[in-house]
Write a protein that binds this ligand. Structure first.
Ligand code: BGP
Length: 476
């Protein structure tokens, strides 16, 4: 049997994509609450917070805040051993810089974790998943301001103190390296900013600066978490997409190496505790004076993570450029289509074997336990008249990825703690803000136009995953 007996089979969501109840029980607005929905090539935009009549997806989401008991019971029915979600920062600190936490917000997560434990489901918690209190964005410009390090650390400390007996597995920042593709989740928090890159030439420098502050915040949180309870495991969370060279032309390999550096220096910081030379050299070449102090470097060295959490959806392919000596991953301009791979309805390359490659790459480089904390297929599901959803394409996608991960465990000997499928229940998509990009085993009756009664039902894949878990990955 390739998977350990206590392998954590489960599923993952994020607070702002499921909870709704955006202003209830003392919660403050988060950056996700003031974003429009996008889709069809229209980017999501940060508004001034005045709620227009247009669709505001994250406010209501799938109302997990009120449905969590029903949803956890359905996860338990599938046999989940674990469930990954995040804590909405503005439920705990409504403004981010408040003196005291919001007790009702804290109580909600106590109740949620208790509900999980009732079914022996291990909660796996991300502290910051693509949102922060809107007040911090407005007043401080988010992680462009060093003061946000301390606000985050206080939030983390509050959570570790309160929940360390209920939560063993933690992650600090979701997809901390996904700053090029999702800037408004991280550093571009001004009103009017859009969820794609724009033409501001200073974006890339800003990205590196806010990344450094987030990494320092993460390292400090890791240390505090370990002081509070040495038994908890705190991981990074990296969006991992293998980057292939288009050909065996050595120049393509140089491009690939540079792309890996730009995309994954975060992991070197969090796993090795160093600020790699290659990234400092790049900043020098660009003429950027990134603020990193000696104290920061000491914090980074002391705040190494215990395991690698990563999301896996796709791979990328790069080729040598003729006209630009510096590969600029931030602008996503030098990626080429991989002729061997099909793509999803949203153009994401589908590459199950890339997951085995990913696990081997990280094992070789870091030799740490790993957890796949996101993997899934966004698709347009069709609900039949009898209420069923035949999502065989989702089963095929997940089966192929689980097979690849099985090979990595069985044949390459990687140390894998668990697999969290994204997302076991239909939720608001992070990139489009829409409901109709569905991932779930559980269908939620709600569409992009906000129609539907939010009722839950089981798709074909629900029964399939149940069988997979019951057989510990043998019966695919
Ligand atoms: C990851 C995010 C998730 C989730 C997922 C799927 O990058 O961590 O929050 O949304 O991607 O993306 P999307 O919802 O845009 O399809």
């Amino acid at each position: 049997m390739p998977f350990r007996k206590d392998f954590l089979w489960g599923g993952a969501v994020a607070a702002h994509q499921v909870e709704g109840a955006w202003d209830q029980d003392g919660k403050g607005p988060s950056i996700a609450d003031v974003m429009t929905a996008g889709g069809n090539g229209i980017p999501r935009v940060i508004t001034d917070g005045v709620l227009p009549s247009e669709y505001y997806p994250n406010h209501e989401a799938v109302d997990f805040y009120h449905h969590y008991k029903e949803d956890i019971a359905m996860f338990a029915e599938m046999g989940f051993k674990s469930f990954r979600t995040s804590i909405a920062w503005s439920r705990i600190y409504p403004n981010g810089d408040d003196a005291q936490p919001n007790e009702k917000g804290l109580q909600f997560y106590d109740d949620l974790f208790d509900e999980c434990h009732k079914y022996n489901i291990e909660p796996i918690i991300t502290l910051q998943h693509f949102e922060m209190p809107w007040h911090l964005a407005k007043k401080y410009n988010g992680f462009m301001d060093r003061r946000c390090i301390d606000f985050f650390v206080r939030f983390a400390k509050t959570c570790f103190e309160r929940y360390h007996k209920k939560v063993k597995y933690w992650m600090t920042f979701n997809e901390i390296n996904n700053q090029g593709a999702a800037p408004i989740a991280h550093h571009m928090l001004q009103e009017g900013a859009v969820l794609t890159t724009d033409d501001n030439p200073d974006n890339e420098r800003m990205m590196y600066q806010s990344s450094v502050y987030e990494l320092v915040a993460s390292a400090k949180a890791v240390q505090i978490g370990h002081e509070i309870d040495p038994n908890i495991m705190i991981g990074c969370m990296i969006a991992y997409e293998p980057i292939y060279a288009k050909t065996c032309n050595p120049q393509d390999y140089i491009e690939m190496t540079e792309a890996n550096h730009k995309r994954y220096w975060y992991m070197d910081v969090q796993a090795k505790g160093i600020l790699p030379n290659y990234i400092q050299k790049y900043w020098q070449r660009m003429g950027w004076d990134i603020d990193v102090t000696e104290d920061d470097l000491r914090e980074l060295a002391k705040g190494k993570i215990d395991y690698i959490g990563f999301s896996y959806y796709m791979s990328q392919t790069t080729a040598a450029k003729k006209d630009n000596p510096h590969y600029n991953f931030y602008e996503n301009k030098d990626l080429v289509r991989n002729p061997y791979l099909k793509v999803s309805d949203w153009g994401w390359p589908i590459d199950p074997l890339g997951l085995r490659y990913a696990l081997c790459w990280m094992e070789d480089r870091y030799n740490l336990p790993m957890m796949i904390v996101e993997n899934g297929l966004g698709a347009y599901d069709q609900k039949e008249k009898d209420g069923s959803v035949d999502d065989q394409y989702r089963i095929d996608y997940l089966k192929a990825h689980i097979e690849a991960m099985k090979e990595a465990v069985e044949e390459d000997g990687v140390n894998l703690l668990g697999y969290q499928m994204w997302a076991p229940i239909d939720i608001v998509s992070a990139s489009t803000g829409e409901m109709d990009k569905r991932y779930g085993f559980i269908y939620v009756n709600k569409n992009n136009k906000r129609e539907g009664d939010l009722s839950r039902s089981r798709k074909k894949s629900f029964y399939w995953y149940k069988k997979v878990i019951a057989s510990n990955g043998e019966d695919l």
